[in-house]
Ligand binder design. Structure first.
Ligand code: FPP
Length: 290
């Protein structure tokens, strides 16, 4: 009798444990993020799918499929936690150089993703924007992403930007050409070209600058991703391979961001006076590079 009771209690405890760890803890933890310390715009380079698959003796396409699951979760978390804009690097202009098999697998996943997620994303008021040369995508993928953009264009929730056939230098070159065309047609004078005018020709026109750039898999490069928009972004290079990246890791990264001191090339308001006094006395230049 006693043994039975003990065994039933033990079984209940075992079953209760995952519920306790996963469900109530995460939302409470997310609430601990101070809203004024939340990045408005997060950009992620989802790296490490190939290595994740290789470690398991699987084809690279299996890593991309697992990476798509991580992507679903991170999009939901961004929406749940009130991130304004999320930009994901899904396929670069350089990725065409991969094997035909891998490119086909990625293009297939893209179609599957939009077919399975579009209803939920639209219901959640998510606005989808593709960053990159959509015209260079194969027909079915082009149709799927154009229809997703059209369907969600008036949504006012999370701004979800998916970089596809995207390259930062190509984006800047395109912006320069568009400005030149406007000058040639008389719509704009060369003297009127300022940073705002150039920004207006980027795929990200109207979006805030990237506040936090995360790259997974331990690589420490930008790889031609949003060079203009990340000029003052905080960077986090996380060693986790993308398919293993989850809400808990995302939350850790957001907490690390919240603790950073962003100065945008200036000096901290509370230290400006005293540093200026000290440097002035010593005859130094007080300008600080941040
Ligand atoms: C980089 O890892 C990842 C990519 C080039 C593709 C990212 C795509 C997804 C996460 C899923 C598909 C996207 C959508 C929108 C459905 P890698 O292959 O370079 O990894 P490695 O450096 O370990 O080889």
């Amino acid at each position: 009798m006693f043994v039975e009771k003990l065994s039933s209690m033990f079984s209940k405890l075992l079953h209760a444990q995952p519920k306790y760890i996963t469900a109530p803890v995460m939302p409470a933890a997310a609430q601990q993020l101070p809203p004024d310390r939340l990045p408005r715009h997060v950009a992620i380079i989802m790296d490490g799918n190939g290595r994740w698959a290789q470690k398991r003796g699987l084809p690279r396409s299996a890593g991309h499929a697992a990476g798509t699951e991580a992507l679903r979760d991170i999009i939901r978390a961004s929406d749940d936690w009130g991130i304004e804009a999320l930009s994901l690097y899904a396929f670069s202009t350089e990725n065409w150089a991969r094997s035909k098999e891998e490119v086909n697998a990625l293009m297939g996943l893209l179609l599957k993703y939009f077919a399975s997620e579009i209803d939920e994303l639209d219901r959640k008021n998510v606005r989808i924007l593709i960053l990159g040369d959509v015209d260079g995508l194969p027909g079915p993928q082009r149709e799927a992403v154009c229809s997703a953009m059209e369907r969600t264009k008036d949504n006012t929730g999370l701004k979800l930007n998916i970089a596809l056939n995207y390259g930062g230098r190509a984006e800047l070159t395109r912006a320069a050409a568009r400005l030149a065309q406007k000058c040639a047609s008389g719509e704009l004078r060369p003297d009127d070209i300022d940073q705002a005018a150039l920004e207006n020709e980027l795929y990200t026109a109207g979006l805030p600058d990237v506040d936090l750039l995360i790259r997974t898999s331990g690589e420490m490069r930008l790889s031609n991703f949003l060079p203009w928009q990340t000029t003052y972004a905080e960077m986090i290079f996380d060693s986790v391979l993308w398919p293993d990246y989850d809400r808990a890791e995302y939350l850790r990264n957001l907490r690390a961001y919240a603790s950073r001191d962003r100065r945008f090339g200036g000096v901290k308001a509370d230290s400006a006076g005293s540093e200026a006094d000290e440097a002035g006395a010593a005859g130094q230049n007080t300008e600080e590079i941040s």
